[in-house]
Write a protein that binds this ligand. Structure first.
Ligand code: IMP
Length: 194
């Protein structure tokens, strides 16, 4: 089975992707591959960042079967698509999830159009050639946090279409089935299955 290196240090993402690619590829982490350090993420599109991160791995380990990276953004219609590619640092360079949510709720204070979507782009590099897989989930930004627990990122204020609860209130397996990242990973799995 081919071995693919996933350019992330996020353990939760690795678990989710390993489960989705089970039987189609062995997924190695950066640590498994002996790679350490900050991966640059300086492009101004999701596709550009995913390519940059995957190329960072590929250029260091030219003998591998392949590698991939993902990048996600929350695009809010009333904000012209912001925070988009800057979702992680919307409220500043070292901000918390809570800082980002506070800034988002302030920006949408009194705004009726709350349509938004999460979009994930995965870039897979095999034989030096990039290939892209995308997933998106449409929904709206709530006016306040709806959270059973901690929630990741903007989860407490994002309610996907056709659901009456926020991402933070859903069981993780349900979220993973309908989420931007879940759908992008499913497309990657489909491609790898041939
Ligand atoms: P990343 O590219 O996966 O690191 O995502 C960038 C940023 O988007 C994260 O720091 C989060 O703020 C946000 N984000 C990504 N995925 C999710 C999600 O599933 N729920 C909520 N926020 C997310």
């Amino acid at each position: 089975m081919r071995q693919l290196i996933f350019a992330t240090n996020n353990k939760h993402k690795v678990d989710e992707v390993r489960a989705a690619l089970d039987g189609k590829a062995t997924v190695l982490t950066l640590a498994d591959a002996g790679l350490h350090g900050e991966i640059p993420e300086t492009a101004d599109t999701l596709q550009g960042n995913a390519l940059q991160k995957a190329m960072w791995v590929w250029s260091r380990l030219p003998g591998i079967d392949g590698c991939f990276a993902d990048d996600t953004g929350l695009e809010v219609d009333a904000l012209g698509g912001a925070p988009g590619v800057y979702s992680a640092r919307y409220a500043g360079e070292h901000c918390s999830f809570d800082d980002n949510i506070d800034k988002l709720l302030r920006a949408l204070d009194g705004v009726a159009d709350r349509r938004a979507r999460f979009r994930t782009v995965i870039c897979l590099i095999e034989h030096g050639e990039p290939r892209y897989f995308e997933g998106r989930v449409d929904g709206q930004i709530l006016t306040e946090r709806h959270s059973a627990g901690e929630g990741f990122g903007y989860d407490p204020v994002f309610m996907p279409d056709r659901f009456a609860v926020s991402f933070a209130e859903m069981p993780l397996d349900v979220k993973n089935r309908i989420s931007h990242r879940g759908l992008a990973v499913a497309r990657l799995a489909e491609y790898l299955a041939g």
